[in-house]
Ligand binder design. Sequence first.
Ligand code: ZN
Ligand code: ZN
Length: 373
Amino acid sequence: MMAALMGSTIEAVLMTAPGRPLERRRVDLPRPRSGGAILETVASEVCGTDVHLWHGRLAGVPYPIIPGHVSVGRLLESGGEVADVEGRAIAPATLVTFYDVYGACGACWQCAVARTPNRCPKRRVYGITAGADDGILGGWAERIEILPGVRLVPLPEGIDEADFLGGGCGLPTGFHAVERAGVALGDTVVVQGSGPVGLNAAIFAQLAGASRVFVVGAPKARLEAARRLGAEDVLDLAEIAAPEDRVRWVRDRTSGRGADVVIEASGNPAAVPEGLDMLRDAGRYVIVGHYTDSGETALNPHRHVNRKHATILGCWGYEFTHLHRSLAMLARHASRFRWRDLVTREYALGDAQRALEDMERLAVVKALIRPGR
Ligand SMILES: [Zn+2]
Ligand SMILES: [Zn+2]
């Protein structure tokens, strides 16, 4: 069967430009490069980033692209032996995901001096900043090309694609935000935003030792998910519309002081001053929801930052370590948090357009594309 695929073509979905309907095309299936591999796609996530891509909200995107940055597949063929991070060979047919970032050079100032490869100018991401002309570098396709140097990660025993993609990119991103916040035992944490990043931040805040987690967001289905995942209380933005009332809601639940940690995962600039008002003096505020530029907001430097003695941290993307460790946590806690239940709907490759539009209007928490359908 593998021989039959060589030199053949496979079906992929292309996003040719912002705002244009997605196109189904047959593309050439390459042979794996030395140190690289070809995966048979099992499932790929649909997330808010795909909507941003379709709206043209991200800079430096080499359209046309094959969307789908976080994916799961079976190892079909490799260019020589491929191994996991512990050096164990990965056998054909193993169910794997991979770190979607590649190309960070290790040699530039950002990589080598500042040790922030997440800001390396050469860094590229499958399904986002990888062009369709460079290969099948996105998961909305029947096969995915793994370039040499891209790190494959076998899914842990007992974990399947729905478990992992129920977390999706929100899993390592939420994990990273909680790590960045330095959540401590007994902390009270407010999460602004109830999308996948916010929900995963709520999960990992609890696993990091937070005694109480509150989630501020919308719509209802996402807030119900937050409750199921252990949020003590949720605030529906549609019900409490005035920012000062939302701040009071948090203060009423924290002896008037505000939360120890507030994690912004909403993408709304106005959430930032509001979240700082929800934060206690000397608390920690992490901004992870502004993956795209949604505009400006005004802060009062005296009240929001200086007098408050606040720590404000940005959180850009995630490193391999966050993927690796968040997946280990998922494997350990999948029965408690049931990430797979966050998958609201699954779509065949031919229904990718509908999946994108459902995500655009927040009709789904997490959606999967299953090319094999
Ligand atoms: Zn670099
Ligand atoms: Zn994503």
